[in-house]
Design a protein around this ligand. Sequence first.
Ligand SMILES: Nc1ncnc2c1ncn2[C@@H]1O[C@H](COP(=O)(O)OP(=O)(O)O)[C@@H](O)[C@H]1O
Ligand SMILES: [Mg+2]
Length: 264
Amino acid sequence: MLELQNINKTFNKGTPNAKQALNNLSIHLYPGDFVSVIGSNGAGKSTVFNAIGGSFLLDSGHILLEKKDITFLPEHKRAQQIGRLFQDPLRGTAPNMTIEENLALVYLRANKHRTIFGITNKERDFFRSKLAELNLGLEDRLKIKVGLLSGGQRQALTLLMATMITPKLLLLDEHTAALDPATADKVLELTAKIVAAGNITTMMITHNIASSLNLGNRTIMMNNGQIILDISGEQRKQITVPQLLELFKEKSQTVLDDDRILLA
Ligand SMILES: Nc1ncnc2c1ncn2[C@@H]1O[C@H](COP(=O)(O)OP(=O)(O)O)[C@@H](O)[C@H]1O
Ligand SMILES: [Mg+2]
């Protein structure tokens, strides 16, 4: 479904600041995989997502999505197939536009002949039903500006926008890290529900080690631009958080170093 084949990226090549952020990294995702990605600060987690999303071109290696080579596909073309969420809840929605206008943007992105004007009643009903599934009461607030929503509501709306037309791949980069714990849990719960309902192949970077084992079917650990551990199935079911941290230490020869790490 998604194949990263020996991808390499060095930033600031040939300068004293050169940094090899991706080191011959390969991974194969199967349809419906929900992969949690953990690793120290600077391990290259976001860089993997940026490589898949097309923020920069690779130094070498290939990226295949549903068997199509997207290595050189421009970022905006990839965005039509790949949903992305970031840590910052302000990043995915337009604050001066209403909820329904933001949702209509999804169609605009997918189809260049569409405008956000002239939302039909049928579309509005559809938006309402989708918003109702979020359980945040937004279905009655279609005409309010998104800038008035809380961070958690905005992130839930961004999640809805990223998945309303089922993407081939969903990339979540610490999308709950800026939310308070209760709201983060709620958005995570919504994430699991939406991903399961659409059987969406998903990668989620998280600082929450426990949820990296509880959510989805596969856990990947990164260090120094490489994948050092990739567990699923029985091994993943059996493993505890302390054992996972011990494995990280064993494989990387360092401790998982992240001041924001959450163990429970
Ligand atoms: N656009 C960039 N320019 C220069 N260096 C970068 C860029 N993006 C990431 N890096 C560097 O690459 C390394 C990996 O970063 P990143 O993927 O953001 O780590 P994380 O695992 O914390 O998400 C870091 O050393 C970071 O400073
Ligand atoms: Mg990051």
